[in-house]
Design a protein around this ligand. Structure first.
Ligand SMILES: [Zn+2]
Ligand SMILES: [Zn+2]
Length: 447
């Protein structure tokens, strides 16, 4: 088994465990977001998890950092985490990976390979080897001739030093050939492993015992829950959908809908708050309402939704035409808990994990409910002025303790949920989750 084959076997092992368990094995703190697992990138100084761990097209673990813009396989990931150089120390990387995965069988193979290599390097004296094997040998120009080690016929079998310096035996009569370990094995009738041991004794080489140190037990395999809990949509599909969108001022229908809400499409577009989904866009499976694509139902105003780390995880879609479907919807079959709409200031705050130092004054956050209110607030800050507050948009069910914890301590928070029963309840819930950390103020109707 070559080193490459062992490495492939190991990579398959990690793939079979899946991205989440791979992160746990490597003690990387995974953030679960939908089907995607993200970690803080080990290749750059990463404040937020920008490196996704997925199963790549080759059905193996793939790490992809959106900041570095690069992808790596699981062995590169192990090397990076373990501070090993994969080029010069590939063997050690594979060994470390096998230790982490608890693959004793692969470790044994690696040790056997290492032992065989040191034996080959030690047994380079032709005359000494044939003497130790008690073989009758006739000297030749390059080494010696012996009887064929297969014992089937007299030979001759030539034993000499190859250009690489190691011994090589080749039978002129039957074509049998092999290194010094194969020669010892053939002469003594031993399997490969026993042949390495026997050759090591001849060479006076210490072969390490099979397993030098006790290994930690392998981590438990992930058990699939019977009813999967709702997740966020696949992050790459979300990014693809956002990538397929155009600016809101480039789509007449979307711009007209914004205008009907008293919103200027240019003001929304320039602040990068929302996008327009083109009628022709190819949609992922979840961009549907009861089987009808959003392009068909008219849900074409797309607002990206961010998690508490400031990463785009999902989208929310508003219907910009008349119809009987809900005015605003989230991806079918996926959750929105923990996701919010974020203006630039909110995105910066979430990504940094604190209120930006360059901001004017202390932390001020406005929390609005629903797209129209959120957009109205978010376009208020003139572009030429440094924003003094972050405008966060929430939808039903999106507020969580995680989001609350992402608002900096000491911040003044204005809560602008709808002035109806549900909105009041939501406001109370938000205020309660911030109690003791932030001061809260309930936005007035005509504030
Ligand atoms: Zn990176
Ligand atoms: Zn032969």
């Amino acid at each position: 088994m070559t080193l490459r084959a062992i490495a492939d076997d190991l990579a398959a092992d990690f793939a079979a465990c899946g991205p989440l368990a791979t992160c746990q094995r490597l003690a990387l703190q995974p953030q679960r977001a939908g089907r995607t697992v993200a970690i803080r990138c080990p290749w750059h100084d990463d404040a937020t998890p920008s490196c996704t761990i997925t199963i790549g097209p080759e059905r193996t673990i793939r790490a992809h950092c959106f900041s570095c813009g690069e992808s790596w396989d699981v062995l590169s990931l192990i090397a990076q985490v373990e501070r090993l150089d994969i080029k010069s120390d590939f063997r050690r990387v594979v060994e470390r990976g096998a230790e982490i995965a608890g693959r004793h069988d692969l470790l044994a193979r690696l040790q056997l390979k290492a032992a065989a290599e040191s034996v080959r390097q030690s047994l380079t004296d032709v005359a000494a080897v044939v003497a130790r094997l008690k073989l009758s040998a006739a000297p030749t120009k390059y080494g010696v001739a012996i009887a064929c080690p297969t014992g089937q016929h007299p030979g001759p079998c030539y034993v000499s030093r190859a250009r690489s310096g190691v011994l090589w035996a080749k039978c002129k009569a039957c074509g049998w050939s092999g290194d010094v370990i194969a020669l010892v094995g053939a002469v003594r009738g031993l399997e490969r492993e026993a042949a390495v041991q026997a050759a090591a004794e001849i060479a006076h080489v210490q072969v390490r015992p099979r397993v030098a140190t006790p290994l930690p037990p392998p981590p438990p395999r992930l058990v699939r829950p019977s009813a999967p809990e709702p997740t966020y949509p696949d992050r790459e599909q979300v990014l693809d959908l956002l990538g397929a969108c155009v600016r809101v001022n480039q789509d007449e229908q979307v711009a007209a809908w914004l205008a009907s809400r008293g919103l200027d499409a240019d003001a929304v577009a320039i602040r990068d708050l929302a996008l327009a989904l083109p009628q022709s866009a190819a949609l992922p499976r979840w961009a549907r309402f009861r089987g009808r694509p959003w392009t068909d139902t008219g849900h074409r105003l797309i607002v990206p939704l961010f998690d508490s780390q400031g990463l785009e995880r999902s989208v929310h879609a508003c219907r910009v035409v008349d119809g009987s479907t809900p005015k605003r919807i989230a991806p079918a079959g996926h959750k929105v808990a923990g996701l919010i709409m974020a203006d630039t200031m909110t995105r910066l705050m979430l990504a940094a994990g604190r209120w930006p130092e360059w901001a004017i004054g202390s932390a001020r956050v406005v929390v609005c409910e629903g797209e129209p209110d959120w957009l109205t607030w978010a376009v208020r800050t003139p572009l030429y002025r440094c924003p003094a507050h972050a405008v966060m948009g929430i939808i039903a069910g999106s507020w969580t303790d995680e989001i609350a914890a992402a608002i900096p301590r000491g911040a003044a928070v204005v809560i602008w949920t709808d002035h109806d029963q549900a909105g009041e309840r939501y406001a109370t819930q938000i205020a309660a989750s911030l109690r003791g950390r932030c001061s809260t103020l309930r936005g007035a109707i005509h504030g």
